[in-house]
Design a protein around this ligand. Sequence first.
Ligand code: NAP
Length: 400
Amino acid sequence: MAGTLVVHFGHPMSSSFPTIPRHSITTSRRLLLPSTAATITAKAKLANLSAQFSAAPRLKAFKSTSAMAELPKTMKAVQIDQTGGVDVLQYRDVPVPGDLKDGEVLIKNEFIGINYIDTYFRSGVYNPPSFPYTLGREGAGTIAALGPNTPSDLKINTRVAYFSGNSYAEYVRATSDKVMPLPSSIDTKTAAASPIQALTALTLIRESHPVQAGDWILVTAAAGGVGLWLCQLLKAVGAKTIATASTAEKRELAKQNGAEVTLGYYEEDREKFVQEVLKITGGEGVAAVFDSVGKATFDSSLKVVKRMGSMVSFGNASGPVTGFALSRLTDKNIKLLRPSLTSYITSREELLPYANELWKFIEKDGLSVKIHDVYPLKDVKRATEDIESRKTTGKLLLEP
Ligand SMILES: NC(=O)c1ccc[n+]([C@@H]2O[C@H](COP(=O)([O-])OP(=O)(O)OC[C@H]3O[C@@H](n4cnc5c(N)ncnc54)[C@H](OP(=O)(O)O)[C@@H]3O)[C@@H](O)[C@H]2O)c1
């Protein structure tokens, strides 16, 4: 707007709001100033505005729009100061994230999703960028503050799910590229369980190997978080799943979630596992393997892929796959992929169609998530030990 200075402000200059940045605002708190103000320096403008904003009308505007007024200065979070066993997990007080940047929102977590990848960052399989490091990569809750230039569908109090780092905490900062508004039909536990595991499963069947109705597909760790979503999605699109899991109870669960056939891992005799899969598929092999176990199952998984099929290795639960000779692909012209959700979904334009497709699968095809347990955030060690013990099925959640 020519000759007009648009100014954003986020909170009064009161000492009870020290962690809230001045630019953490909603559009409803934009002020339009006369053009004469545009001639003063940036510093002077700020001083000028501070004086103006201490007037009563500004307080009224603030009160009417802000959930930020309730924000505390500190919050509980789970951090590590070094990698290692579960004893490195520290439940402690940390500052509530402030100074939201362009496109960022602050989310008050209702539930936080646990993912196996969290254990990689804790143990050192993957390197945290710096210490202290707040673990966690997803959750669901409501928006508590907005940075500048956030999309119009994200407002204060909007219910959202997200996948973004440092989520083992009461509040988390997230870039709007990773934040999905929730339809009213999606409950918050399902939402917190979905961003990483359900979207990973969806991108695997759409992008890594575009699954066709009638395809035979092998899924490892089929009763786990990603595994149960895969079983349900594959059933919904008309594929036939061979599900592997370590116990009879887990295999039964995979079957209840849509698997056609279930198998153990045949740890003592992997060749027998290969023969079983070939028998089930009429000697041909499967169109694709979605393998999250990694090191322990990679070889047998590769052997059961049919000619021109896909070997999709997307996890390291038993350790990373290393030292692979590409020449092993030539006999059957197999496509080998090592995909990651965050390389499939890098923008809001890529995120929202996937989110909408997922909500539709839940609403129309009745897909659901099995919640293994909800742990208080302070019990993070117990939750972590449980997922690493291989005793869990479905999704583990933390509640701050
Ligand atoms: N690439 C991506 O973008 C992406 C995204 C999400 C997840 N992932 C990967 O997908 C996998 C599953 O993740 P999740 O969060 O859904 O976890 P999860 O499947 O709920 O838990 C891991 C499961 O792996 C199986 N497993 C096999 N060998 C194991 C071992 N040596 N130690 C522990 N578990 C073992 C266990 O099932 P059984 O007892 O039945 O074998 C266990 O329940 C993980 O490897 C994760 O890193 C990748």
